[in-house]
Design a protein around this ligand. Structure first.
Ligand code: SF4
Length: 343
């Protein structure tokens, strides 16, 4: 079997804070903690979770816009987290990023032609004719007319600007595109157009996507697999359909329960989870979801649950729901678990 296009192993990013007077240890923000996953060529992996769960930090670590505290980011077998700036520059051709805000991610002084051809001109010199031909081709790929190439970003709508951002990302023909909340700043109808454009481009060019979003409807539309993050860790990862039809981790279940239902006649079977996400500076011991989890047992307060494979191909980190759940729950815990599982 060939190696995956992207393999992330134990990726960790901690930010040290200012040291507290008379305290021996320096507090750290655990933005990303021991995250591992892989992405095959032409596949879409979506990363979901509440604000502050670390999904955008993962995106920046994948692009080496941030240096990881530890862990590896392997692209086609090469660990880009360990490359020097010169070697990294060549690898940057293989992966590109589309940003959330189509308004601030484009240089307002450059024309559409300059914006979309700039990545190529960072690597090679283009004649005027080559630049025009490349710009026309890239604009056509994202459904825009070549007649628009002399316009400035301020002359485009939000959806057109995001198309320009995608065209710029495609200029170097990357094998991996990282989209960080790429449609969340757009109107719903424009979101659908951009998502369909991304799906068409994937079919034509075989690009893999890491698609970061808090919007489960968007994820359901575009994803092949989904990784659910909570407080810097992946708690469940698996095929999109299986995960939405039958979530295993209590947090995945809560996220899906909290998503808006477009059908007013449909009744929610489960209540969304209560409470706030704890601080990543001082996360709860054991499973960091335990203060909010209706199934929590004593062990959850002590041991961090590892990601365990399930028979249907997904992996889940939960002492109660994953196959390595404790063989012997206390009588009280087993009663509580059986009772809560029915709601
Ligand atoms: Fe809930 Fe325990 Fe599972 Fe964490 S490990 S999700 S606290 S049951």
């Amino acid at each position: 079997m060939s190696a995956p296009l992207l393999k992330v192993e134990s990726l960790t990013k901690h930010y040290p804070l200012a040291r507290v007077f008379l305290k021996r240890t320096t507090p750290v923000v655990r933005a990303v903690d021991d995250v591992s996953f892989s992405v095959e060529a032409g596949e879409t992996l979506c990363i979901v979770g509440e604000s502050g769960c670390g999904k955008s930090t993962v995106a920046r670590l994948l692009m080496r816009m941030l240096q990881p505290t530890s862990g590896r980011v392997m692209i086609e077998g090469t660990d880009i987290a360990a490359l020097g700036s010169h070697a990294l520059r060549a690898w940057r051709r293989r992966m590109q990023m589309v940003f959330q805000d189509p308004y601030s991610s484009l240089n307002p002084r450059l024309t559409a032609e300059q914006i979309v051809t700039e990545p190529v001109e960072n690597f090679e010199r283009l004649s005027r004719r080559q630049r025009k031909a490349l710009a026309a081709d890239l604009l056509r790929k994202v459904g825009m007319s070549s007649e628009m190439m002399d316009r400035l970003p301020s002359e485009f709508s939000g959806g057109q600007r995001q198309r320009l951002g995608i065209a710029r990302a495609l200029a170097l023909e990357p094998s991996l595109l990282i989209a960080d909340e790429a449609v969340s700043a757009l109107d719903v109808s424009v979101q659908a157009q951009i998502l369909n454009l991304l799906l068409d481009l994937q079919e034509q060019m075989g690009i893999a996507y890491v698609f970061i979003s808090h919007d489960l409807t968007v994820v359901q539309h575009i994803g092949d697999r989904v990784a659910v993050m909570y407080l810097g860790r992946i708690v469940e990862i698996g095929p999109c359909e299986a995960l939405f039809d039958n979530p295993v981790h209590p947090y995945t279940e809560a996220l899906i329960a909290a998503a808006p239902v477009p059908d007013p006649t449909r009744v929610r079977l489960k209540a969304p989870v209560d409470g706030e996400v704890p601080s990543p500076v001082n996360p709860p011991s054991g499973c960091s979801f335990h203060p909010r989890c209706p199934l929590a047992i004593e062990r959850c307060r002590i041991d961090v649950p590892p990601l365990m494979p399930m028979p249907d191909g997904r992996t889940v980190a939960c002492h109660v729901r994953a196959p390595n759940a404790p063989a012997q729950l206390s009588f009280e815990d087993s009663l509580r678990t059986t009772f809560m599982a029915q709601f």
